[in-house]
Write a protein of this length. Sequence first.
Length: 224
Amino acid sequence: MFLNRIHLDLRCREVRRDLSDPYQLHSTLCRAFSEPEKKCTKGEFLWRHEPETDPAGYPRILIQSRTIPDWAAIGVKGWLAKADPAINLKDRLKLDAIRVGQRFRFRLRANPCVTRNGKRLGLLRLEEQETWLDRKGLQHGFSLPVLAPLNSAELSRGRADVRVSQEQMLRCNQRSGNAIHIFSVLYDGILTVTDTDRFRNALQTGIGHGKAMGLGLLSVVPIE
């Protein structure tokens, strides 16, 4: 499992197109992981458009993949400004040695949602978004800090050590012409491992829906 960080050049027309349509950006990234005219292997990589630019102002894309990509296969002159060396996450995170009770700082851009009458609906209220993440934690082997509010003002600020930001509706167009709208938020905070196997699986396969739109990648840094 490898972590790759690339920097895109906004002077390139194709970069501007890709950043405006996450589905198109996913399609472009696929070229680095598959042979020409062939589809990507399902689950080959997860990715996220980071909210921060690099010091030069270039947009940054984080990609977690099973194999090391070939960025030259993108085939668009000027698309890539810079690619950082790939990091072997198995070694960096010591995946085989993760233990119950271990704490990590995390980032996750995801689609908090609920299915009603066969339709997937985005959760717009902060409490619902936090509850969704709690449920995913139970499913994927981690827990989040519990806030013990002192008063109603504390409640309005949300829970301790978990920040929810960048609520936005992603709009994408599939090759078939179908338009996709998917609600997303960015979670940053601290988690504690409760089940090592489930947690490792979540790191490898992602969380929630919309992975082709840059959602679901759980990035972690150990605290202790």
